[in-house]
Ligand binder design. Structure first.
Ligand SMILES: *Cc1c(COP(=O)(O)O)cnc(C)c1O
Length: 399
């Protein structure tokens, strides 16, 4: 039977068999902090001096991971009051910003009281935040999220250049900034996020240049320089056959040239997936091997209830195979073509479709790589009532 390809296994995970944690209880996500720390160091080395690095915690808010990342970044970006609580546990509130549409009054209050920056998504939210600040007797720290005129090309999720629930249309931003200043708020600047999961280096470079140009234009129209311009992120990681990693060094060099033409405010970049995505692996044991109409199925102990994205049901148009392996046999040649499914009673619960792997028996561990972002918390864990997935942070693979 012909097999379908699967995505590239991150080089740090070439040999899982040597790792002591392979024996641990499954199903589980394992996050290797050494990989995250190396990503952050590489990003810092590539970026122009003075560009702040923020972590968008919705990519992976696992508390031990957050605690380990916090000292290595300059800020945390959150998207709910629940995430704000987690972030405030490990980072001073002044370095936390809160984006997302539909912030309820209790969420705005929590952010204002704590002293976190609110990235305003609309004029209506601005009015509510100002009124709540008055009532609390606290001067709110407010940034304006801009719905840019441009979008991030080659991005899995586009967030600019069109009608959007996110941010305020660029043309209306200067008036809103003036209103905030007149109302006595502490204006924190602009937040401009144009898309997610782009693997197109040139597109990221062009989007960043367009974002900086837009910030400059808005600054002139608003008549006041912003303290901080958050350039968003959108850096993708390889998941599928043929995917190539971004050239971070080229992106950093180009941003340096762009910023040389725009002195003044501070800049920040906020990333989720690129910092943590390749550092995680999902491990699930084979429960059953079965044949049906000439095909072999491996049924494993968790599926879309733990890892929705790997089943192709979290924002992908065409289902393709994540990088996958039989964990203790990564050095062995493929022996058979198998489809790997989870235990849920739905045909959507397919972790790998017709992949060529060494033979795996019940009890063996299947590993799905590139699973460190949008995994456990982005999956419908209550669906069908199976046990939740474990999560573990390990200091470094080879320690
Ligand atoms: C989700 C999100 C991010 C992180 O996106 P990644 O693609 O994971 O890097 C950054 N900023 C905002 C405002 C977001 O909503």
């Amino acid at each position: 039977m012909t097999s379908k390809p699967f995505g590239p296994i991150p080089p740090e995970f070439r040999d899982l068999a040597a790792l002591p944690w392979l024996d641990q209880a499954t199903p589980a996500y394992v996050y290797d902090f050494g990989i995250v720390a190396a990503r952050i160091a590489r990003l810092r080395a590539a970026l122009p001096a003075g560009v702040a690095v923020h972590y968008a915690i919705k990519a992976n808010p696992f508390a031990p991971l957050l605690r380990a990342i916090a000292p290595l970044v300059d800020g945390l970006d959150v998207a709910s009051a629940g995430e704000l609580v987690r972030a405030a546990d490990v980072m001073a509130a002044g370095a936390i910003s809160f984006a997302g549409p539909g912030k309820r009054d209790f969420e705005l209050e929590a952010a204002i009281s704590a002293g976190a920056t609110i990235n305003l998504e609309s004029e209506g939210e601005a009015v509510r935040a100002l009124a709540l600040g008055d009532r609390l007797g606290v001067r709110p720290r407010l940034a304006v999220r801009v719905n840019p005129d441009h979008e991030l090309r080659g991005s899995g999720m586009k967030m600019g250049g069109r009608a959007s629930p996110f941010g305020v249309d660029a043309a209306r931003v200067p008036a809103l900034v003036r209103m905030l200043l007149e109302a006595g708020a502490e204006w924190r600047g602009f937040h401009i996020f144009a898309g997610s999961q782009s693997l197109d280096t040139q597109a990221v470079i062009e989007t960043q240049a367009a974002t900086v140009a837009l910030a400059l234009r808005l600054t002139q129209e608003a008549g006041q320089a912003p303290p901080l311009v958050n350039l968003g992120g959108g850096f993708g990681i390889p998941y599928f056959p043929g995917d190539l990693p971004l050239d971070i060094e080229a992106i950093g060099a180009a941003l340096g040239e762009t910023l040389a033409r725009f002195p003044g405010p501070g800049f920040a970049i906020e990333l989720g997936r690129w910092l943590v995505g390749e550092a995680g692996v999902y491990l699930a044991r084979v429960v059953d091997r079965k044949e049906s109409q000439g095909e072999t199925f491996l049924v494993v102990e968790g599926g879309l209830n733990h890892h929705l994205a790997a089943t192709g049901n979290f924002g992908t148009v065409v289902r393709r195979n994540y990088p996958v392996a039989v964990a203790h046999r990564m050095q062995d040649a493929p022996e058979e073509v198998v489809t790997i499914v989870g235990p849920l009673c739905t045909p959507l619960d397919r972790l790998a479709d017709r992949v060529a792997l060494p033979r795996a028996e019940p009890g063996d561990v299947i590993a799905i790589f590139a699973s460190g972002a949008y995994g456990a918390t982005a999956s419908p864990s209550a669906f069908l009532g199976h046990p939740p997935v474990r999560e573990t942070l390990v200091p470094h693979l080879h320690d």
